[in-house]
Design a protein around this ligand. Structure first.
Ligand code: SAM
Length: 433
């Protein structure tokens, strides 16, 4: 498992997402699969700290090791510094894995570095306190960004990013109530969290501990899905009514589309995404839940290519974003994302907002959502949009809201509800009418 984890983490270091990287390594099952995931996720979560430790412990530049051996060393240090694996077992399994990754001659080096860590652990822990990227295990640019954007809360946010994520469920309202599902969970020996229930969205359940999806009663039959509470809060903001025509402009893999269809008898839900594999995943998800939508493989920034010209009562733009609010679920974001990605995401969001606004019916609503925590993709994005579109007003019932990672156990999300005024209620600047 150590070798497979090292290969996956090395693939992330070369630019792959962790989920893609894990799919590419040989499949493991049962406890092996669980260990592989905790090693790979842990190595991404603590990457910047482990990288610093490696540099402190090696007598040569880390780059000289090659990507896979460096990843294996981090996997070894992860076990000794952050996992409940006995030291001797962690060292010997990691040393053995050097052969499996094709570096048998590095066994001595791996052994020496891990044993040196065990001897110098206390000194290193003290030294780490003065090195922010090691202490908080985030890249320097991201620490600076979070600190600048949230000067009062930055440490809390970085700590929340490093915590293992909770598991939230969404009960399929078409197939039973939340209370009934809580009873089914209790019968299956799965505990729901007790604390903070009053803050759960209406279909949500927070589990006391994550469990494999296969253990969830009725999962295959579509009685329940896994979805963070932050994502479930989108539904109320859409203020859906039966019969409405709704566009989900960036729909895959379909979580929010499914929630809409579970809760409301819509006239039609058009689900667009430009990624065909993700769109297939959305199709499969809706099929499991017994729900139907009109799927469109297309670019939401160029609706002229796929729109039939009939306006929508509601448009959900769950925008591609820098995803800095979901780092605890996707710790590889800390290794993959750059400052430039944030700027690129903001530019894409602006073009999506402008392209989709004409599709909203007068009196209709566009709900803009991101899972990030930076102003240029959130509040500033919406302020600029409102300045460009005189017929757009912030909805009175839901002012824009930013939640931060970990707050009420949720991921970090931003929501803005923008209503389109009826044509008679606004004027084009400079027009006499
Ligand atoms: C945040 S995810 C959407 C999650 C989804 N709404 C859900 O609840 O499961 C953003 C999605 O936008 C898609 N996307 C990115 N750029 C796009 C574009 N120009 N047009 C359509 N889809 C796009 C991505 O493929 C991705 O699936």
């Amino acid at each position: 498992m150590r070798a497979a984890a090292a290969r996956a983490v090395a693939a992330v270091a070369r630019g792959a997402t962790l989920e893609d990287a894990l799919e590419a390594v040989p499949a493991a099952s049962g406890r092996d699969a669980a260990l592989l995931r905790s090693l790979a996720y842990g190595a991404c979560r603590w990457h910047h700290r482990l990288e610093w430790l490696s540099a402190e412990l090696l007598d040569r530049p880390v780059e000289a090791l090659g990507v896979e051996l460096a990843a294996l060393l981090r996997i070894g240090l992860l076990q000794l510094s952050a996992m409940r694996i006995p030291d001797h077992a962690a060292v010997s399994a990691t040393v053995d894995a050097a052969r499996a990754i094709g570096a048998p001659r590095a066994k001595g080096l791996v052994n020496a570095v891990l044993r040196r860590y065990l001897r110098e652990r206390e000194r290193l822990d003290r030294a780490m306190a003065d090195v922010p990227r090691a202490r908080y295990s985030h890249p320097d640019w991201l620490i600076d960004t979070v600190r600048t954007e949230h000067p009062e809360r930055w440490i809390e946010i970085l700590d929340a990013n490093n915590a293992p994520p909770p598991m939230w469920l969404r009960v399929n309202a078409r197939r039973g109530s939340r209370d009934a599902y809580l009873e089914r969970l209790a019968d299956a020996g799965i505990a729901a969290a007790e604390h903070g229930r009053e803050t759960w969205p209406e279909d949500a359940i927070l589990l006391a501990e994550p469990v494999p999806m296969a253990r969830l009663p009725g999962y295959a039959e579509g009685d329940v899905s896994v979805q963070d509470a932050g994502a479930q809060h989108v539904l109320a903001r859409l203020a859906l009514e039966p019969g409405q025509r709704v566009l989900d402009a960036c729909a895959a893999p379909g979580g929010k589309a499914a929630h809409m269809l579970e809760r409301c008898d819509l006239g039609e839900l058009v689900a667009v995404d430009r990624d065909p594999a993700r769109l297939d995943a959305a199709r499969a998800m809706l099929a499991r839940l017994g729900l139907e939508a009109t799927f469109v493989h297309g670019d939401a920034a160029t609706p002229g290519e796929w729109w039939d010209g009939k306006s929508f009562d509601r448009v959900l733009l769950d925008a591609p974003c820098s995803a800095l609010g979901v780092i605890r679920r996707h710790p590889d974001i800390k290794m993959l994302r750059t400052r430039e990605d944030v700027e690129r995401a903001a530019a894409l969001q602006e073009s999506l907002l402008d392209a989709l606004w004409p599709l909203v019916a007068p009196g209709g609503r566009l709900v803009y959502v991101t899972c990030t925590i930076v102003h240029c993709e959130n509040g500033a994005q919406i302020d600029r949009f409102l300045a460009r579109h005189p017929d757009a007003v912030v909805a009175a019932d839901f002012p824009p809201e930013q939640t931060l990672p970990g707050e009420a156990n949720r991921d970090g999300f931003y929501y803005a509800c923008i209503d389109k005024q009826q044509a008679s209620r606004w004027r084009v600047p400079g027009s006499k009418h």
